[in-house]
Design a protein around this ligand. Sequence first.
Ligand code: APR
Length: 339
Amino acid sequence: MKAAVLTEQGKISINENYPAPVPDEGEILVKVAACGVCHTDLHYIDHGVPTFKKPPVILGHEAAGIVASEGKFFKEGDRVLLPPVFTCGKCRFCLSERENICRNMVMLGNSIDGAFAEFIKVPEKDVIAMPDEIPLEDGCIIADAISTPYHAVINRAKVKPYERVIVFGCGGVGINVVQIAALAGAEVIACDIDDKKLELAKELKAALTVNPAKVDLKDFLKQNVGAVDIAFEVIGKPETVEAAFKTLGKAGRLCVVGYTNRDITINPAKIMFFEQEIFGSIGCRPADFPKILDLVKDKKINLDKLIANKYGLDYINTAFDELRESKVLRNIILPGKKV
Ligand code: APR
C-alpha cells in the first residue's frame, strides 16, 4: 500500500509498497479517509522526540475512515473515528476512569504505525462509530485537536460559567480550548503572538484577545480583567508556562497542555498563600468521545473554521511545512486523493 513513512529523524518519504497491515485477533482493518496533521507529529520529525516504534514508522494519529474487514461490532463499510491512543482496560488508571494515562497505552503513529497511509489496523474495542452527520474528512480532527481540549477544559480544569480563563497559544489545540471554554460559559481571553489566530479566537467566542508581542500582558490584564481563575498553556515553552502561572489570582488553576521537557521556575509562595493548583492534561478518555461527537453534530463545536488545506499523501511535506511555519491550524491528509 502507499504510505508516508518517517524513515529517519527529519525525513518523511513516500513508499508505494509499504506492507499492508493484516489484522490480528481483536483488530479490524480501516481504509483511511482522512488524517489530521498535528504539532505532535512535528515533535517526532523536527524536535528529536523519539517514537516508541523505531523508524521506519508511519506517523498520523488523528484519523477517520471506513471499516475494510468484518469485525465483531463493526462491518465493512461502517464509518469510524479512531482515537489516537488505545488502552489496556486493566491497569489501575483504566479501572479508575483515567484511561488517557493508561500504563500500557499504545499510540497510533508512535508506538505502532499510524494513519498517513491507505490502510491501518486497530483494536476494534477502541473504535468509535462516526455519526452520519459528521463528514469523515473534517471529522478526523475530533480524534485529537478537539478531544484533547475537551478533556483539558471539562475534566481537568473543570471550567465553570463566568470563570475567567486565559488561553496561551491559539494554534490547532489552543483554539479549541478557547471555543470549548467559551461553550462552558467562561469569559475567555485568547493570548497569541499571531493576530490571525486571535481573529479566529474572537470568531470562536473569545471575549478578549491579547498579543503579548505587541502589548504588555500584565498591564493589559490589570486594565481589562484583573487576575484570572484558570490559565491554559497550549504552546509548550517554559517561558509561557511561567507567564501563564503569573496571571493567576486566588484559587487560580494552571493547566499545562503544551509539551516541553525543559525546566520552569515558579515561586511556590503564591501556590501556598492563594491555594493555587498546577496540573497537566493529556488526551481524552474513551467515555468522552460520544459527548464530543454530540457537540459537533449539534454545531456547538465548530470544525469548519479550523481546517485549512487537504492534500494527498504525495504532498504531506507541504502540509507539514505549512504547520511548521504556523500558516495553518490544521491541514488534512487524504490518502485516497491524488493531488
Ligand atoms: N506567546 C503566545 N503565543 C505563542 C507564543 C508566545 N510566546 N509562542 C507561540 N505562540 C503561539 C503560536 O503563534 C501558535 O498559534 O502558540 C500557538 C501554537 O500552536 P501550534 O503550533 O498550532 O501547536 P498546537 O498543535 O496547537 O500544539 C500546541 O500542545 O498538544 C501540545 O504537542 C502540542 O506542544 C504542542 C502544544
